[in-house]
Write a protein that binds this ligand. Sequence first.
Ligand SMILES: CC(C)(COP(=O)(O)OP(=O)(O)OC[C@H]1O[C@@H](n2cnc3c(N)ncnc32)[C@H](O)[C@@H]1OP(=O)(O)O)[C@@H](O)C(=O)NCCC(=O)NCCS
Length: 188
Amino acid sequence: MRSAERPQMAGARIETWTGRQFSARVEDAMGIYVRAMKYPAHTGAQRAVSARKHASLDGFACRAALTDEGTLVGFGYGYTTRPGQWWHDLVRRALLREEAADWLADAFELSELHVRPDQQGIGIGRRLLTSLASGVPHSAMLLSTPDTDTRAFRLYRDTGFVDLARNYLFPGDARPFAVLGARLPLPG
Ligand SMILES: CC(C)(COP(=O)(O)OP(=O)(O)OC[C@H]1O[C@@H](n2cnc3c(N)ncnc32)[C@H](O)[C@@H]1OP(=O)(O)O)[C@@H](O)C(=O)NCCC(=O)NCCS
């Protein structure tokens, strides 16, 4: 669909949340996470534990999409990627030494980006992503996403993310992932 033919952008407002604000709404956020990812509901409680820890990491930044009534319909968050973090250390080993030095030195790891299924495809995910990208003080944004043709993958490509690694297997997950990166500010 060409942008001129799309319906009006969803009315959700995008708010900047601190780690404390995110932690206070983490159950709502994990409810969206399990529905968006089609995971069993009980995994939300497990994920809430790590999400609360993420909220206290250096460089934590979060955006929330809310209806007029204050219902959370989407969120995205991440933090400064640092040696010693699980994801950082695995990605460092997956890249060539020069690439790793280049991309990982000053980067924001987009850890989660999810929109409630009934609100997907109307621009909320893009607004969350671009708001985070324009608000963090890093020279790059990195993420990993299942290496298949998903709406997420298309959104990342469309906003300027390039391949750093493809078909990468993270321990404990049978699905191949793509590791993607974008220089900040995002193009356009
Ligand atoms: C990935 C995700 C966060 C994207 O959020 P979203 O709000 O659905 O995405 P957007 O609407 O901003 O953009 C994605 C699609 O909508 C289109 N779009 C963008 N703005 C639009 C608008 N104003 N009106 C209509 N469509 C629009 C985009 O072109 C894109 O289309 P495509 O799917 O045909 O490629 C969301 O779909 C989601 O939660 N998916 C499941 C969980 C997931 O995969 N998370 C990421 C894990 S890495």
